[in-house]
Design a protein around this ligand. Structure first.
Ligand SMILES: Cc1cc2nc3c(=O)[nH]c(=O)nc-3n(C[C@H](O)[C@H](O)[C@H](O)COP(=O)(O)OP(=O)(O)OC[C@H]3O[C@@H](n4cnc5c(N)ncnc54)[C@H](O)[C@@H]3O)c2cc1C
Length: 453
């Protein structure tokens, strides 16, 4: 058996890894000149004494989803794992053009000016709300309104979740983005009770406790670099797939450079909007429906400042900016506060997220982009100095949007595919790196089973 995997991001690499573990021959085809897709770590050097490690795409992995941790273990990389600490401490939200800390402790919650007394009481009444126990989908916004009230949604949960998923909470599927919240409701009757139940169960578990968020000492790209290094199949960079045709009982895959590869099965580990064009000839209806899954522009800029150029107050580690604020940027992380070991003393590194509130930013050239970002940072955080250096990463139509009903839609598309084709990756069943690893490995395991080819 020979399987072709299209797309050399974390999904495709994980699929190939699973095939290799099962002794199945594979060819991995990646359009760009780099393995890892959006997993991209980069070194910035200001002078010989000032260097910085920045991430273009993902920067941390959540260990509640075990797939990345397990993969790192299989690759012998656990000694490189680092713990960057909590994602939410020191995070602010922009509300009516003012900055407010997101209340993360009970005392901060009680004294927070972000919510009215009525809003706080509504949140505290969460345990008394009727629990929904079915498996039907709903939007993130409907879920939060139902459990915690509309203020909680508008003032901080919406901006935080909307920021993480670069999406509009009113349309985003809860079952794709935060199924754990619905599980807690189903299991414990509500979020507070469900969280307590989980904490109690975790407390009773034996063995070493994993930190909640992890990364690797040399950046997340260490994971995809190591995967690529340990993969022994036919691995091709600069191999852009254009079209897949039937060939006997299998498939023929045609590349942009005129070459082709034959395989018994194909794992499509590219985004739905990229996959759609490839399978037009062999699965017209599936191709049409894949093309209907929306993808948003997304990008990040990492900017290095002299510490002295950053206003002393407020001391923030992150800023979430709801779309209703109508700003050109979506969020800011002070990377040098979150992961100081990746920076040099005397400098501050900021990561700015773009593409949600103002999608056009991702299409700006460097000059226009940096001017727009500088203006935003001056108005929002009082940073008026120019960065010492900066770099940008952009993905046009690169961030999948999972609307309510998304999982059912993916099930239906899969039923339309001819035998021997499998979909995997961030456009389908979860966007986080562990979700992508899971899907890549699961697609490989499925194709490896007799009868599925
Ligand atoms: C800014 C940002 C921050 C994020 N932060 C986090 C985080 O902190 N934690 C987390 O878990 N997740 C995070 N994510 C999500 C996660 O990084 C992505 O969902 C995941 O990396 C996607 O992996 P993938 O392999 O499915 O897709 P991609 O990384 O998009 O890989 C697809 C690959 O297919 C290739 N390709 C495309 N077309 C073709 C073709 N025609 N022929 C051959 N190859 C093709 C592309 O070049 C690419 O390499 C973040 C994402 C972004 C953008």
């Amino acid at each position: 058996m020979h399987i072709a995997v299209i797309g050399g991001g974390i999904t495709g690499l994980s699929a190939a890894w699973e095939l290799q573990q099962r002794g199945i021959k594979f060819t991995l085809l990646e359009a760009s000149n780099h393995w890892g897709g959006k997993v991209i770590s980069s070194k910035l050097e200001l002078n010989k004494d000032a260097h910085f490690l920045v991430e273009g795409g993902p920067d941390t992995l959540i260990t509640r989803k075990p797939e990345a941790w397990d993969l790192a273990n299989e690759l012998g990389m656990l000694d490189q794992v680092v713990n960057p600490g909590s994602e939410t401490s020191g995070t602010y939200v922009l509300d009516n053009a003012s900055l407010y800390p997101i209340p993360v402790s009970p005392t901060k919650f009680i004294s927070s000016p972000l919510l009215t007394v009525r809003g706080k009481l509504r949140m505290l009444a969460e345990p008394f709300q009727p629990a929904r126990r079915d498996d039907e989908d709903e939007s993130l916004a409907d879920f939060v309104r139902r459990r915690l009230g509309h203020e909680a949604l508008d003032k901080f949960i919406g901006p935080v979740l909307g920021g993480i998923y670069n999406t509009n909470p009113e349309t985003q599927s809860i079952m794709v983005s935060s199924p754990i919240m619905r599980e807690m409701e189903k299991d414990g009757g509500g979020l507070f009770a469900g969280a307590l139940k989980r904490a109690f169960r975790a407390g009773k578990q034996k063995g070493p406790k994993k930190p909640r968020f992890v990364s690797f000492k040399n950046g997340l790209q260490a994971l995809t670099d190591e995967l690529a290094r340990q993969l022994k199949g036919d691995m091709r960079l600069n191999a852009r797939v254009e079209k897949i045709s039937h060939h006997g009982n299998g498939y023929q895959i045609f590349m942009a450079d005129g070459s082709s590869v034959q395989a018994d099965g194909v794992i499509l580990a590219t985004l739905a909007n990229q996959t759609s064009a490839m399978i037009k000839e062999i699965a017209a209806e599936a191709s049409r429906q894949l093309g209907e899954i929306r993808h948003q522009n997304i990008g990040t800029l990492s900017l290095v400042y002299r510490e002295a150029d950053i206003p002393r107050e407020p001391v923030i580690s992150g800023l979430m900016i709801p779309r209703r604020e109508k700003r050109m940027i979506d969020a800011v992380t002070f990377t040098s506060r979150k992961m100081p070991e990746r920076s040099t003393a005397g400098y501050a590194v900021l990561r700015v997220f773009i593409g949600g509130g103002a999608p056009e930013m991702v299409e700006f050239d460097d000059e226009r982009l940096i001017e727009a970002v500088k203006k935003e940072l001056a108005e929002l955080l009082g940073i008026t100095a120019a960065p010492q250096t900066w770099t940008a990463f952009r993905w046009q139509s690169g961030f999948p949007q999972a609307h309510v009903g998304h999982l059912k839609r993916v099930d239906e598309i899969e039923k339309l595919l001819p035998k021997g084709l499998a979909l995997a990756g961030s456009s389908y069943r979860g966007i986080a790196v562990p979700d992508c690893i899971h899907q890549g490995r699961e697609a490989a395991a499925r194709l490896a089973m007799k009868g599925n080819m």
